[in-house]
Design a protein. Structure first.
Length: 71
């Protein structure tokens, strides 16, 4: 199963952005989507796939936290 994770862009460069996932910072390719600092995004396999609203990102994070409790 593949899952895209929600995060927040904290820095952007030429084709690369630093994305914060609850304190974990990762560089992700941003060539597919035009992003700015502060944007909420979905990342899979090191690539930003799309921007999402803050409420959508929060809801996804809550669902993932809930799923961890079922394992």
């Amino acid at each position: 199963m593949c899952v895209a994770l929600p995060g927040v862009v904290i820095e952007r460069g030429d084709g690369v952005a630093t994305v914060d996932f609850n304190g974990n910072r990762v560089e992700a390719r941003s060539g597919l989507v035009d992003v700015n600092t502060g944007d909420h995004v979905l990342v899979h396999a090191g690539c930003i796939l799309q921007k999402v609203s803050e409420s959508e990102a929060r809801e996804m994070t809550e669902l993932m936290e809930e799923m961890r409790g079922f394992s």
